[in-house]
Design a protein around this ligand. Structure first.
Ligand code: PEP
Ligand code: MN
Length: 350
């Protein structure tokens, strides 16, 4: 159920409707839009009786939402969600493409700073790096944990890059929320519903990766879990699904981008690194992702990929990342998006 407020409804009227919804035992989600505010109603096992709400001051109409996903849907908010970050002009979902780049895993302070310096110079606004790594083998490098988070917090200080990093459980989420700017939920956890709910109670935006065999609906329902707990800043990320194809690690499903955009107001970025698993395919698929309308890219970059502790085969050399950015910048113009220029000089030391 969805309450659409009149364009001229006052904040007080919106509050009164929310209070009425909560007093009926449901949860109210006021989502302001360009034209009007809509209030999503969740928590209802049974149908809400629209009569009590329809007559309230400022209410235009009460609509039944038949889709299983409600808060992620364009029914509640027609225009795209744009996520901003305090103290900087980076956004996700606006006209400017969001580029998140960095190593699969933080391996050392030197490694992380060397890569951050290069991706910052190339024009990325976000630094990605794993502190907690969900690895196939328990004997593989599992990440530096909190030490990696501290290194990334220093990188934010030094370069002004916003930090994106994965939380693998409730405990790591607590720390990631404290240190980072965006909480990444990995493909393997896309349907870890208790983790999604915890992320929904966090005060930082969530980057949700598509599960490796998730349908569009399952993906959107995972985002719905986060939003249903009150965190409306969710970025979706297509990172490839598993198919019979063996020329790549996964099959990057770029058709998901327009499919999501048709149904949802949430931004969607593409990760061609995990999507292909092969360095030589990352740049072509980044160009394609931007051409198809993605709101940004997540790209693995390493200063010494041959010795990387994880995902070296799909990590770009910094020089290749420079080229990727130059090419994507040209495609961006054609699709009326924008990618900030490369930064000529390294940031001044603090
Ligand atoms: C990652 O981003 O490093 C990662 C592990 O991604 P995914 O969850 O998509 O495999
Ligand atoms: Mn990786």
């Amino acid at each position: 159920m969805l309450v659409v407020m009149q364009a001229q409804a006052t904040d007080e009227q919106v509050r009164a409707v929310c209070q009425r919804i909560e007093s009926l035992g449901y949860r109210a989600h006021p989502i302001p839009g360009a034209q009007r505010t809509a209030i999503g109603i969740t928590g209802n096992q049974t149908e809400v009786e629209p009569g009590t709400l329809e007559e309230m001051a400022g209410v235009q109409e009460v609509i039944r939402v038949s889709k299983p996903f409600k808060l992620v849907s364009r029914d509640i908010k027609a225009e795209n969600t744009v996520i901003g970050f305090p103290g900087c002009d980076a956004t996700v979902g606006g006209r400017s493409l969001a580029v998140m780049a960095g190593p699969c895993a933080i391996e050392s302070r030197e490694q992380a700073f060397a890569i951050a310096e290069r991706v910052h110079r190339a024009g990325a606004q976000f630094f990605r790096g794993g502190a907690y790594k969900p690895r196939t083998s328990p004997y593989s490098f599992q990440g530096l944990g909190e030490e990696a988070l501290r290194i990334m917090a220093e990188i934010r200080e030094r370069f002004g890059l916003r930090i994106v990093t994965e939380a693998v459980d409730n405990e790591s989420l607590e720390l990631v929320e404290r240190y980072a700017d965006v909480i990444q939920i990995g493909a393997r956890n896309m349907q870890n519903f208790s983790l999604l709910k915890r992320a929904g109670r966090a005060r930082k935006p969530v980057l949700l990766k598509r599960g490796m065999s998730a349908t569009l609906e399952e993906f959107l329902m995972a985002a719905e879990y986060v939003m249903s707990e009150g965190n409306y800043n969710v970025v979706l990320c297509e990172r490839g699904v598993r198919t019979f194809a063996d020329h790549t690690r996964n099959t990057l499903d770029l058709s998901l981008v327009p499919a999501v955009q048709r149904l949802s107001h949430l931004p969607i970025v593409v990760d061609p690194s995990h999507g292909t698993g092969k360095r030589n395919k990352v740049t072509p698929l980044s160009r394609a992702a931007v051409a198809v309308g993605a709101d940004g890219l997540m790209v693995e970059v390493h200063n010494d990929p041959d010795r990387a502790l994880s995902d070296g085969m799909q990590s770009l050399y910094p020089q290749q990342f420079d080229e990727l950015m130059d090419q994507v910048r040209q495609i961006a113009r054609i699709v009326e998006r924008y990618l900030p220029p490369a930064r000529a000089q390294p940031a001044a030391a603090h």
